[in-house]
Design a binder for this molecule. Structure first.
Ligand SMILES: [Zn+2]
Length: 248
């Protein structure tokens, strides 16, 4: 069995180590007004381990912090990104970029990335990462959509799923929902049947004003753990503090 280690950096930013090949997801390392991780950032970009590649689901600042990631020294590291983000990645100094739409694939070192559908405020993809017999689903900050049934049929054995859970709504857009909530994430775990599901995308805060005027969201992962026990009892829900490795 090949080793698999998941370590959250913060928010949806995580290190996924598949037998020694490490993929960084949705980089976020800095703060600005109305964008606060709400939890420690486990690792600054200059201290990241050597990466096999970087996956970026969409262009929102809290998932695509290329200004901070420019401190990462290996400029040849390959990126797999949602189609349309390539120019932004190249402008940050990284030349090796593959742009993807759902079901297209890219190779990040020995890890195969298959883009999967997503639905959000802006164009987005989720991802399935595979090396040898190990498979990881990365849910970025998508809504729950029927297309995820196809992920389950194409990838019947998923070891770990990283699932967003904060049910983010945008108050000025009539409380439009743009991220799945904890119950929907548990429902997605029922569909994907991973051995382990790790909640992501929940400590983030817009600050006192941003949360009162713009954002509406749930910031605790406890509800997800309860929901998964009810809806997907075959999946183990595991909360990870930033920097706390989960070895599988
Ligand atoms: Zn977003």
């Amino acid at each position: 069995m090949t080793g698999l280690t998941i370590t959250r950096v913060c928010h949806s930013c995580a290190l996924i180590d598949m037998a020694g090949a490490t993929i960084l997801t949705d980089p976020w390392f800095s703060e600005k007004p109305a964008y606060h991780p709400g939890e420690p950032i486990a690792c600054p970009p200059g201290q990241l381990p050597p990466l096999a590649g970087v996956f970026i689901s969409h262009g929102h600042y809290d998932h695509c912090d290329l200004a901070a990631l420019a401190a990462y020294p290996d400029k040849a590291v390959p990126f797999a990104v949602k189609r349309g983000l390539g120019a932004k990645v190249r402008a940050a100094g990284f030349a090796n970029v593959t742009e993807l739409d759902p079901w297209q694939t890219a190779q990040l070192g020995p890890v195969t990335i298959t883009a999967a559908p997503a639905k959000h405020l802006v164009p987005e993809i989720t991802a399935v990462m595979q090396r040898a017999e190990r498979t990881v689903f990365f849910g970025a900050d998508t809504l729950h959509i029927p297309e995820f049934a196809e992920v389950a049929s194409r990838f019947p054995k998923i070891d770990t799923a990283l699932l967003p859970i904060n049910g983010l709504r945008i108050r000025p857009l009539l409380n439009k929902k743009v991220v799945m909530d904890a119950d929907e994430a548990a429902e997605l775990a029922r569909i994907l049947r991973p051995s382990v599901a790790v909640p992501i995308h929940y400590r983030f805060t817009g600050g006192p004003l941003g949360d009162r005027l713009i954002l509406k969201h749930e910031r605790s992962p406890g509800h997800f753990i309860e929901a998964i026990a009810k809806r997907a009892p075959g999946t183990d829900g595991r909360i990870l503090a930033p920097g706390e490795p989960l070895r599988l």
